[in-house]
Unconditional design. Structure first.
Length: 339
């Protein structure tokens, strides 16, 4: 069953250039790449339709210059679109007053960016409590909530530290705690881990998944790293030249790319970490054993299946047998992961 949409954008555009308002007003809508080029305009985001479901991790990815960061700034209300609709809980954000929009961004949206933007003269506790004091909460209320989220992100005991006394990963945790302090309904993260070393980045991904398992936030996550995307995402939107090319689960992107660009984008993805047992099993035949969940990834069960030397039973979420998987199927995926 499809979850309700938390955020919807319809035919969203962001166009930059000299005298853009006058050119757009005189032009026929919708615009096209050729017409934009003719007028010296840049379509940073063009003709984008998407829905972010409540409680999902929706990843937007693409190469540098694809428009992903511009799109997340549009979705979060940081910049205004040139045209289109943007609905948050069914309300059109583009028709709201500036005051109402600020209230939504303060109380219902959380944001974490690549650069931590911590206030260097404030302690960890003060940095995390800062957005709450901006909302008008008392110092005692703000600090009580700040202590809760500091413990949540694993920084208990470091409340009195200044940012310069923390590692990069710890600073990012402070940024995450600060954005969570306001208890946002939707959480925007723009390449939050890309400045971190690989090992710390992996640890932060683990921490992020742990937090999501507890909090069930609606999340829009920007990255250019496909390995990070497939590890975190419920669904992925791939962007190119301001357009959203395809929106799908990681598995669907690998199995059914919309065009050559998406196929090339996913070519070197480790398929065993993306494909589920249900996607490669043989349906309608019996297997042995207690049953392997159909939603398990091949990487998680490969050794078990190969060691068994015989087809193993695959079961659905209700424990009902729906097919079988054998070593040959697993090996085909593993070989494909390395080509």
């Amino acid at each position: 069953m499809t979850k309700p949409a938390k955020l919807i954008c319809k035919d969203l555009w962001k166009i930059y250039g000299h005298n853009v308002d006058a050119i757009i007003e005189a032009a026929d809508f919708p615009w096209h790449d050729l017409e934009l080029d003719k007028h010296g305009l840049i379509g940073a985001v063009q003709h984008v339709y998407l829905e972010v479901e409540e409680g999902e991790i929706f990843v937007i990815m693409g190469l540098s210059g694809s428009g992903k960061s511009t799109l997340v700034r549009l979705l979060s209300g940081l910049i205004e679109p040139t045209a289109g609709e943007l609905l948050f809980d069914g309300q059109d954000m583009l028709k709201m007053s500036e005051r109402d929009l600020i209230e939504i961004r303060r109380h219902k949206m959380g944001m974490v960016f690549q650069h931590f933007a911590l206030l260097p003269h404030l302690t960890v506790l003060q940095n995390v409590a800062f957005p709450l004091t901006i909302q008008g909460q008392s110092k005692a209320q703000a600090e009580e909530r700040a202590h809760e989220v500091i413990e949540l992100v694993g920084l208990k005991g470091r409340e009195g530290y200044f940012p310069r006394e923390l590692s990069g990963g710890q600073q990012q945790r402070v940024g995450i705690a600060r954005s969570l302090a306001v208890e946002p309904e939707i959480w925007f993260l723009d390449e939050p881990f890309s400045a971190l070393d690989p090992l710390i980045r992996r640890e932060m991904q683990d921490e992020f998944l742990r937090l999501q398992g507890m909090l069930k936030k609606t999340i829009v996550f920007i990255t250019h790293d496909f390995d990070e995307a497939i590890r975190l995402a419920d669904r992925i939107a791939i962007m190119k030249d301001g357009h959203v090319i395809q929106i799908a689960t990681p598995e669907d992107l690998v199995l059914n790319p919309a065009d050559d660009y998406v196929e090339e984008f996913t070519r070197h993805v480790p398929r065993d970490k993306v494909l589920s047992v249900g996607a490669v099993m043989v349906k309608g035949i019996d297997g042995e054993g207690e049953g392997i969940p159909s939603n398990a990834k091949i990487s998680e069960i490969a050794a078990q299946v190969v060691a068994a030397g015989k087809p193993l039973k695959v079961v659905d979420e209700n424990g009902q047998a729906i097919g079988a998987i054998d070593a040959q199927r697993v090996i085909e995926v593993l070989v494909g992961s390395r080509t």
